[in-house]
Design a binder for this molecule. Structure first.
Ligand code: GLN
Length: 491
């Protein structure tokens, strides 16, 4: 098969071609490593690649899996036995995973070949992949721009053809926002549906892994492979497979879609982004849906609630990096106090330290009641607001991010502004509901724009169906992404 033809195949079609022996897993992997050779020195999407191990796996592949021979990248906070898992941190620079994350093992069992571990903001804290100890990742379309974060390496790898698909993780938006910035589909599944076993913790009540893919069908397929209750994760829950046929047949006719006014009309949202999202609203309305604006008063406080709770959880989760049990240990310390202090001062970057300080502050006895408890209560109220909205609407819609991908350097220059830029993604994280980011347009300068669809818990079928309608019919109607009517994820 010609290289161009090969790259035009979505992951599900590549797996079929491998099963039918039209192409071998080794050929697909070679194509990916050739891309890596051509582009990686500019992009820096990976922290590490594993060419030889992947080649052996491709050669010995069992052919019957749903994703046979698909080269996949995984974010570097997911464990793969025998490989480094750095979380983008000096603290774990030399840490080698002793076991494989459940969701990664499921991918391997379905025939995926793991290409490497992708770059990320340190411990998942950031919006641009610039807080990585190993240096920033570039946007595949424009090197002076960021690919988003914290799963920016994963998104850049997929958008550039350095992997067919990737697994990112999302605490407050880290799958959806980089997917939107890079013109990809990013799925944050219902909390608990994908096991967290082997995912290094940031904020455990919100962390979840999910796919970053070039098409909606691939997103559904990856979800089907990765989900499932896991005895090794007590918060994991059983869930149903998504029906790929039903996604293809999904119609928005008669569906009720609520648009989150506080997000769409926020003063921070760029005109180009809001126009692209309004284009989607009009399209759904023309296709027979009832589209209405919805008010949710607590959305204005979502960023504050998220940063109080996620930092509190992070400060507790990151206490384990003490120079004794894991990873980096500072040299020349004379007593345990000095070891602890020096290790953490030298091992963590600025953003992580900021979160630990914030977390310790909100958990301190003086502030526990007025900060942490209040945020917990507000989160519960927000959950109820979402439940109420889903008693009236099948889907909720909003932008993914207020802007398109920004220039490098912007996030570090103004950390508070970068926290506020999570406005549209943190509500679904707090509520534990599924949310997907789907491409819906481009800015005048050609940077991708995404729209976010949310549904009630376990509503993956609903958001993937509505996303597929958009991908198939809206692109062909507007040719916004320069793709034709048959657009389903080739590059
Ligand atoms: N930008 C958010 C944060 O820095 C979300 C990160 C994430 O989802 N991992 O906390």
């Amino acid at each position: 098969m010609e290289k161009e033809e090969l790259f035009s195949l979505p992951a599900y079609a590549l797996a079929e071609a491998v099963q039918n022996q039209k192409v071998t897993a080794e050929e697909a992997l070679d194509a990916v490593f050739q891309r890596i050779e051509e582009r990686e020195s500019d992009l820096h999407a990976y922290i590490s690649t594993r060419k030889e191990a992947a080649q052996i796996e491709a050669r010995n592949l069992k052919m019957q899996g749903k994703l046979s021979g698909v080269p996949v990248a995984i974010k570097d906070n997911l464990m793969l036995s025998g490989e480094k898992t750095t979380c983008g941190s000096k603290m774990l620079q030399e840490y080698v995973a002793p076991y494989t994350a459940t969701c990664v093992r499921k991918l391997q069992d379905s025939g995926c070949v793991i290409v490497g571990k992708t770059n990320m903001d340190e411990f998942g804290m950031g919006v641009s992949t610039e807080t990585s100890f190993f240096g920033a990742t570039s946007h595949p379309k424009a090197p002076s721009f960021v690919p988003g974060g914290s799963s920016g390496g994963a998104a850049a790898a997929v958008a550039s053809g350095e992997a067919w698909a990737a697994v990112g993780t999302d605490t407050g938006g880290s799958i959806r926002q980089p997917a939107a910035f890079c013109g990809l589909v990013g799925l944050r599944p219902t909390y608990g549906t994908i096991s967290r076993h082997g995912l290094v913790a940031f904020a455990s009540s919100m962390d979840i892994a999910g796919p970053i893919t070039r098409s909606v069908k691939d997103s559904a397929l990856f979800f089907n492979v990765m989900h499932g209750q896991d005895p090794k994760d007590q918060t994991s829950v059983p869930s149903d497979d998504v029906s790929l046929d039903q996604i293809e047949q999904y119609s928005v006719k008669g569906k009720r879609i609520g648009v989150l006014r506080e997000l769409l009309e926020s003063k921070d949202v760029d005109e180009e982004v809001s126009q692209a999202v309004r284009g989607v609203m009009d399209f759904y309305e023309r296709s027979g849906a009832v589209v209405e604006m919805v008010d949710m008063s607590l959305l204005d406080h979502a960023v504050a609630i998220y940063y109080v709770l996620s930092s509190a959880e992070a400060s507790s989760n990151l206490a384990r990096y003490d120079g004794v049990r894991y990873g980096f240990r500072a040299e020349g310390c004379r007593n345990p106090d000095e070891l602890y202090t020096k290790t953490r001062s030298e091992g963590f970057g600025l953003e992580v330290k900021r979160r630990i300080l914030l977390g310790n502050y909100v958990l301190s006895s003086e502030h526990f009641e007025d900060c942490f408890r209040q945020a917990e209560r507000a989160r519960e109220m927000m959950r109820r607001e979402f439940s109420h909205a889903f008693s009236k609407y099948d889907l909720l819609l909003s932008p993914v991010s207020a802007t398109t991908a920004p220039h490098k350097g912007k996030a570090a220059a103004d950390p508070l502004a970068s926290y506020l830029s999570d406005l549209c993604t943190v509500p679904a994280s707090l509520a534990g509901i599924p949310a997907i980011s789907v491409p819906c347009g481009q800015s005048r300068s050609g940077m991708p724009i995404g729209v976010q669809l949310m549904a009630d818990r376990f509503g993956e079928q609903e958001i993937l169906g509505a996303a597929r309608v958009l991908e198939r019919e809206y692109y062909s109607e507007t040719d916004i992404a320069g793709k034709g009517a048959s657009s389903d994820g080739g590059i």
